[in-house]
Design a protein around this ligand. Sequence first.
Ligand code: UDP
Length: 476
Amino acid sequence: MPPQPHFLVLTYPLQGHIAPALRLARRLLAAAPGALVTFSTTVTAHRRMFPAEADAPDGGDGRLEFLPFSDGFDNGYDRTTDPAACTDYIASFHAAGARSVGELVDALAARGRPVTRVVYTMLLPWAADVAREKGVPSALYWIQPAAVLAVYYHFFYGHAGVVTDNRHDPSFIVRLPGLPPLAVQDLPSIITESTDPSEFYHSIYTTIRDLFHTLDRETPRANVLVNTCQELEVSALAAMGAYNALPIGPVPPSGDETGLFKQDGAKYMEWLDTKPADSVVYVAFGSRAGMDREQLDELLLDLEQSGRPYLCVVRKDVKAEFADGEATREPETNARLRNGMVVEWCDQVRVLSHAAVGCFVTHCGWNSVMESLVCGVPMVCVPHMSDQRMNAWLVECEWRVGARAEVRSDGVLRLRATGVRQRVEEVMQEGEAGAGAARRAASEWKRVVAEALGKGGSSDRNLRAFVEAVDSGVSV
Ligand code: UDP
């Protein structure tokens, strides 16, 4: 008898990686009622998720277990602005991570809970090698759009020269097989701003390059689960013929949003309850992007002057970064906050699901974009780095569910607050000819995505095919 299907889901310790990995873990359990899942991230992130070990849920029936691996920094790693320290961390993450995950796979087998499939998020190129050494098939879980996967693929296979030669010319148009013409400024910043060893995210660039080499070693073809759906990215998925790319998303929240951040106790849902439908501007820039004091003051002032109610997330660590002596000072504009509410962290999916929310001003992290789409909320995009610029391009040019605000060429967050208000107005207007188009498109995409995720929909079928292949020991 084949062993009980058991997925080991491995993820990099960032909120934007943990959230979709945990959602996939839940979805795997639902799609394969006989399967087990072990969810694993670094020791430090695990402790942040579950301050008391007893907090780690077991899925009710022992089918979901949370077991950490070591990145060599079990007592924590402080984010740094020093590129050398960042490179050292990534090197340790790779070496210690590979060792520790190998030990974890052995330990699970010794306990009579052998892993039958490793599923790993994008910054763990070694995970496939570890799995292969242990005789276990693996699948990459790509947590950015298929378009970004396709751009990276073509960059690493034949088109690096044209991008690198023109990387300082934002409007230069790059033509990649199967993709529409793309301006350099819309490509992932990892291939336009991190290819030189002196650049801050160079170690992320080399990690992604290694990932593509890892996929090459998979036979007959690498399996890649993509957190998108077929209907959203038809041509980009077709451009990925080299892999067995299965769109299985956008994986929806399961109600268990255990993560690295704690909820703000403020009564923001009750506050939303007091607002008319589609009236509130929700503003949040994810779990990592920073903001300086001037940008925040300017943004809040601009939102105030718009006269629209707004809910704005300013994370605790962002406030802590403000200049000495100002950390404890509330935003100056707070005294004048008549229309808005500022919180340190909210349940974003609940907020986006609230009928009062009419627009999302976002840095365009892929999770935020997908959550907005699932909830049918149009967006104003303030992309900063990595895939966010392409995500913003998808929002505005491909799906037409929002508008890109003018961004600065540098800065903690590339936010130019004064440009945001005009875009918010465009996105939120209703009625007149042409206006309200983003909102209508958002409602339509909400329906399409719900269908893809629903029983028999494209993403549902793909996930089931993946799970059934594991059940029967066949590679999909
Ligand atoms: N998020 C949240 N509450 C907040 C701000 C963000 O729950 O107040 C969540 C959001 O729902 C998303 C994640 O944090 O799932 C951010 O991921 P994303 O890919 O959008 O951006 P990243 O943090 O990776 O830059």
